[in-house]
Design a protein around this ligand. Structure first.
Ligand code: CTP
Length: 395
């Protein structure tokens, strides 16, 4: 997404140190970040840290910069306001529209979307006053992220933990997305299947699920109702996506067939094993029964994508992926054209994989072809940006 002006409000809780992670991840994504910290926040995290990480001056004092009308200027210039962490006190003040500090003024003077990530002890989060205040904020269209449930500052644990910075940033930026998938049901498969040999071993592949999870996340951010069939994912899935965890190809096939009934768009990003061991041993295979060599008898798995394509409903769009070790672009394209003809999907996303490429990396390079074999899109970049480019084609 193009860079935006983000105001990060930091308020006075122990979790204020985690605001540094929120700011850093926004800055690294290219956004212009302006921190407004409360006096209390600066007791928990130092201004020099916030200034260094945000690469901008940190404002706190309502009575500084008065000549440039700073108490309204910061809020007016913002495209997005994120308050992380938001204490119970700040939430109460926002609900009442109190502007007795720079953050309160900034928020009242802004028309930008507001996202709040609360952090406090469980008792405070569940206190009827906080519950009512949060309901007021939600009714005004403010997005509340978290809190997560887990270990709190003391020995206690429960709901009240600040959500992880990466998640706060992803969910906050999602608020700014165009909702061009609003109301659409999207099914994505991601990850790599594992075919069990015995209770402790499997045949698998190196797919991490990153590109598929990025697609599911982006579709949800663009308004889709997204179900993700996740095979052995190595990445976290945001709460905006419904996850169905599977492991083997047969499990994936069963879940995908079932869930595709409702979907208008199906994206098969999972790396699916073509073969599985014919017999799964009930106990651990022992080498003294195998000797120096061992032969595995494998049988073909169903082709989920081809089946979905062959049985698709009118209007349903089916997208396949093809991860190939071919590095020559012309030969890759030929493989892709042959594959989409064989599979019968509407689109095929082609990418090169290898020992060091494609799997588990942060970046991807793809070519998308249609049923006629024509190139409809080429993209290179982070898996999140590639996901958006693919969705642009499908929108
Ligand atoms: N796929 C599937 N079911 C399988 C194998 C693959 O649904 N049993 C899907 C994958 O999710 C992907 C597409 O088919 O969207 C292409 O997968 P790929 O492994 O590249 O193709 P294969 O048909 O397995 O062809 P080959 O491995 O021979 O290149």
């Amino acid at each position: 997404m193009s860079p935006v002006n983000v105001v990060v409000g930091v308020t006075g809780g122990i979790a204020a140190y985690k605001a540094v992670g929120v700011i850093r991840s926004l800055v690294l994504a290219g956004h212009d970040v302006h921190v407004v910290a409360t006096e209390a926040a600066l007791r928990f995290v130092g201004k020099p840290t916030l200034e260094a990480i945000s690469r901008n001056v940190v404002n706190t004092d309502l009575y500084e910069g008065v000549a440039e009308v700073r108490h309204v200027a910061i809020g007016q210039a913002a495209d997005l306001i994120i308050v992380a962490p938001a204490t119970a006190n700040t939430i109460a003040k926002l609900a009442a529209g109190i502007a007795d500090d720079l953050l309160g003024n900034t928020i009242l003077a802004s028309r930008a979307p507001i996202v709040i990530a609360p952090a406090m002890h469980t008792e405070m989060w569940q206190n009827p006053a906080t519950v009512a205040n949060v309901a007021v904020l939600r009714s005004r269209g403010i997005t509340i992220i978290g809190p997560a449930t887990g270990q709190l500052t003391g020995a206690d644990s429960g709901p009240g933990r600040l959500e992880e910075p990466e998640r706060i940033v992803a969910e906050a930026l999602a608020v700014l997305r165009p909702k061009d998938f609003a109301g659409r049901r999207v099914l994505v498969s991601a990850g790599g299947t594992r075919e069990p040999l015995d209770p402790v071993r499997y045949i698998g592949n190196r797919s991490s699920g990153k590109q598929g999870v990025a697609l599911a996340t982006a579709a949800a951010a663009r308004g889709a109702v997204v179900t993700l069939i996740g095979a052995n994912l190595e990445v976290a899935v945001p709460s905006s996506v419904t996850l169905i965890a599977v492991s083997s190809t047969l499990e994936l096939a069963e879940a995908t067939t079932r869930e595709s009934a409702e979907a208008q768009l199906v994206i098969m990003a999972a790396a699916v094993a073509d073969y599985r061991p014919e017999d799964v041993q009930p106990t651990k295979i022992k080498k003294d029964q195998q000797g120096e060599r061992m032969t595995l008898e494998l049988v073909r798995n169903p082709d989920v994508l081809a089946t979905l394509a062959a049985t698709r409903r009118a209007g349903q769009v089916i997208v396949g992926f093809a991860a190939e070790t071919e590095s020559d672009p012309t030969a890759l394209l030929e493989l892709g054209r042959a594959k989409i003809a064989r599979k019968g999907s509407d689109y095929l996303v082609l990418n090169t994989v290898g020992w060091t490429e494609g799997f588990a990396t942060e970046e991807n390079t793809v070519v998308v072809v249609d049923r006629a074999g024509a190139i409809v899109m080429e993209a290179s970049g982070s898996k999140a940006s590639v996901a958006d480019r693919i969705l642009d084609v499908l929108a």
